[in-house]
Write a protein of this length. Structure first.
Length: 292
């Protein structure tokens, strides 16, 4: 019947159609593959254009890194006082200028101003306003080859030549656990030695004619040992003011003209609180010309 004939015809027709479809599918697959390859090439081209890697150039970490000469960084890791690399880099908190620790501490013996910008660091105790910059020092040691080893050797030789014990590096102490919110303990990096127990205020009372030109005393607040004598104070004044040897320095405390051999501790004990102002031993000094 019709159904069987139509069914019998359907097989060859479907087979032929299947062959034609399969061949067409293969052609379509080839076209799809070509289209996919074209799309992949376009995507790769876009990616190369986006990341700047055309013409076979690879965007590697080595290409992005740039070698820097140490001379380019030298101005940022040199101490302006000694002109050498930072050793124990120490920063002034008032102006953020950095120097070697030994250089800036030595500078503050004679001045309370920053060596770079001339700002007043502290009226009486500039050492209170400086802090060690350990991160900067670590950077310097990494940039300058063998600098840390040379400094350690020099310090070791310095103490050995003088028969002194080589100081050991400070080991951080473990902090015991505590309940509640941890508190940050702030402390000064530099502590004034206990032997410097007398703070003095040097007040100028004038000079007579013939003393010549002299520099005014920039720093009138001084912290010294109580064993220092008036003779030491006079030497300090002569050095700071560039005084002529013929110029005589008279130092007075209250109504008392002081002698060279008297110590500051004795003067404070004998004269008492009348010689002290805000915790400072007040000394007045004047300049006169010695008679011929």
């Amino acid at each position: 019947g019709a159904p069987s004939c139509s069914g019998s015809r359907s097989h060859p027709f479907e087979f032929e159609r299947g062959r034609s479809e399969s061949s067409g599918d293969e052609d379509d697959d080839d076209e799809d593959d070509e289209e996919e390859e074209v799309e992949e090439e376009e995507m790769e081209g876009d990616a190369r254009a986006r990341f700047g890697t055309d013409d076979g150039e690879l965007d590697s970490d080595d290409d992005r890194e740039r070698m820097i000469n140490l001379t380019e960084l030298t101005p940022y890791i040199l101490c302006s006082i000694c002109k050498g690399y930072f050793i124990d880099a120490t920063t002034i908190t008032e102006c953020l200028h950095t120097f070697c620790k030994s250089c800036i501490v030595r500078h503050f013996y004679y001045s309370n101003r920053c060596p770079k910008c001339n700002i007043v660091v502290h009226q009486t105790q500039p050492l209170y306003n400086i802090r060690l910059d350990r991160q900067l020092q670590d950077i310097v040691y990494k940039l300058v080859v063998n600098l840390e080893e040379r400094e350690k050797k020099q310090m070791h030789d310095f103490y050995k030549e003088r028969g002194l014990e080589v100081p050991k590096p400070a080991v951080p102490q473990p902090v015991p656990p505590s309940r509640g919110r941890p508190r940050k303990v702030l402390g000064s990096v530099f502590r004034i030695p206990p032997e410097l127990d007398i703070s003095i205020l040097l007040e100028f009372i004038g000079a007579n004619e013939g003393t010549g030109n002299f520099k005014p005393l920039e720093k009138k607040f001084v912290r010294v040992s109580g064993e220092a004598t008036i003779g030491h104070v006079e030497k300090f004044l002569r050095r700071k003011m560039d005084l002529d040897p013929a110029c005589q320095v008279d130092i007075i405390c209250g109504d008392h003209l002081l002698e060279h051999y008297q110590t500051l501790r004795e003067i404070r004990q004998v004269i008492g609180e009348s010689a002290v102002q805000d915790g400072l031993l007040v000394l007045h000094y004047g300049l006169v010309v010695s008679p011929l």
